[in-house]
Design a protein around this ligand. Structure first.
Ligand code: GDG
Length: 457
């Protein structure tokens, strides 16, 4: 029995070296960070969009120590525009994060979404051997479970929705609400990050499809699907070890020595759901209220470029960079600027060194399916404080974080004050409790648990 994982993004991206050989490096992002170790462990096939060098249709990964096969789907330019940027990222993404005013519901994009989902489903059917488990991921591929089910009625199909599932009143703004639900309900087991998303999903099944729900099940078209909350974990041990390694400790020291202040850290894809402008404005308000903090606190914001082809992401970048300039212009004094802004992804060791160096980690999304950064910081920090938005799915699991409402700048500024002044004992006690929670369900347990439930479905 093998595992077939299907996701839009591929876990490794190829780059051609000067001698013409391809090097495959791990992609940055929540989903691939979570699933690569899972599939390395189980072995099998990963089906994903081959963005760079699409002529390579199959490769064994990771390079040098292959554990599974990557099967790459080739998308045309117009498919990328309409399916990925158009429907997935300009319709489903904003709608699911409650930004319906940003959602664009275009029939041509929907048609491309259906066509590309068919292509992924076909590849899965071709790779399938009797007894395999199929695990489809995320909002880009919501129709795939049903499309596979139509050809392989006996297959065990799992589906995981990584982003929020919104209230039914928001979901119903989608003109293809029935089709999306029907697509997902082709799966035997459907996973989401929180009980609230599960309850919203079931409510949509009742309201939109008039399907029956009972306990954790939905009955639809003669099939019973289970819908469960199974929040993703991280590789706690790997993060702890990396954070305590000499190399990372030295890098963290260098960051502290360079800044010579307390450090507030933000790490996000540059996405309007992550609340970056609101965070910057709260920091500005904090500096206004606390002149004594000048020269003593720095906000280090790592913003990873994301979806730059979408206009609203370009606008967001301009807004964020404008704010960084304005706030730095307003508060900078000789030898100190309040905000250090990095617009690129950094290698994992450097990321962990930043987690280790930070006094306060600011995870303040306006809405987030879960948020892995919050968990990674918790595993890496020695005595830092996690400030966490109540609208991140991870908030349920991390009650010892300082929880905030990111829509309320002065409340956020107040939380910053509290976090910066928190006594060492309290910081350590909170981290200890948070970490023991992380251990209860780490990444391996999440992936193995989901696969085992699917096998028993
Ligand atoms: C989606 C959902 C859900 C970030 N910057 C760098 C870097 N990262 C890595 C982090 C983390 C991942 O990217 C980001 O994961 P998040 O969960 O925070 O956010 P999304 O990308 O929006 O993920 C989210 C997730 O799926 C999983 O279900 O939690 O809610 O939106 O792992 O470490 N990695 C490196 N350099 C960086 O600069 N190397």
């Amino acid at each position: 029995m093998g595992l077939i994982v299907i996701s839009n993004r591929e876990p490794y991206a190829p780059k051609k070296g000067e001698d013409g050989t391809l090097t495959w490096t791990a992609s940055i992002g929540g989903l691939t960070a979570a699933l690569d170790p899972a599939l390395q462990h189980a072995g099998g096939t990963w089906i994903a969009w081959g963005e760079e060098h699409p002529d390579v249709t199959e490769v064994d990964l990771p390079q040098g120590d292959p554990r599974y096969r990557l099967r790459r789907i080739r998308l045309s330019e117009s498919e990328v525009r309409e399916f990925y940027y158009g429907f997935a990222n300009r319709a489903l993404w904003p709608m699911s994060h409650y930004f319906i005013e940003r959602a664009k519901y275009l029939a041509s994009n929907w048609r491309a979404y259906v066509e590309v989902n068919r292509r992924f489903a076909r590849a899965a059917v071709e790779s399938y051997r009797a007894g395999d488990l199929i695990w489809v991921h995320d909002y880009q591929l919501a129709l795939v479970p049903r499309l596979i089910r139509e050809v392989l009625p006996e297959a065990r199909i799992g589906f995981f929705w990584h982003i929020p599932w919104p209230s039914t009143e928001v979901f119903r703004t989608l003109p293809w609400d029935q089709e999306i639900l029907d697509g997902i309900l082709g799966a035997d087991l459907i996973g989401m990050h929180t009980p609230e998303y599960v309850s919203h999903f079931q409510s949509a099944c009742r309201r939109v499809l008039h399907a029956e729900t009972a306990g954790d099940t939905v009955s639809w078209r003669g099939q019973v699907s289970r819908v469960v909350d199974r929040p993703i974990g991280i590789e706690v041990d790997a993060y702890e070890q990396l954070a305590a390694s000499l190399e990372v400790e030295e890098a963290a020291d260098r960051i502290r020595r360079t800044l010579q202040t307390q450090i507030l850290l933000g790490v996000d894809r540059l996405d309007y759901t992550k609340g970056i402008p609101e965070r910057l404005e709260a920091f500005d308000a904090f500096l206004d209220q606390h002149p004594e903090a000048r020269g003593r606190v720095t906000l280090l914001q790592i913003a990873v470029p994301s979806r730059e082809q979408v206009e609203s992401y370009r606008q967001l970048r301009a807004r964020v960079e404008g704010l960084v300039g304005r706030i730095n212009g307003k508060h900078t004094e000789s030898g100190w600027s309040p905000i250090q802004y990095i617009y690129r992804g950094v290698p994992r060791e450097e990321l962990v060194a930043h987690y280790r160096a930070a006094d306060v980690m600011l995870v303040t999304p306006l809405r987030d399916g879960l948020n892995l950064v919050a968990k990674e910081f918790t595993a890496c920090s020695r005595d830092g404080v996690l400030v966490l938005s109540r609208f991140a799915g991870a908030a349920d699991e991390l009650p010892e974080a300082v929880q905030v409402n990111p829509y309320h700048p002065s409340g956020l500024a107040e939380a910053l004050t509290r976090a910066l002044a928190m006594p060492l004992d309290e910081k350590k006690a909170r981290l200890t409790r948070l970490r023991s929670r992380l251990r209860q369900s780490d990444l391996r347990a999440w992936a193995d648990g989901f696969v085992a439930e699917l096998a028993g479905a």
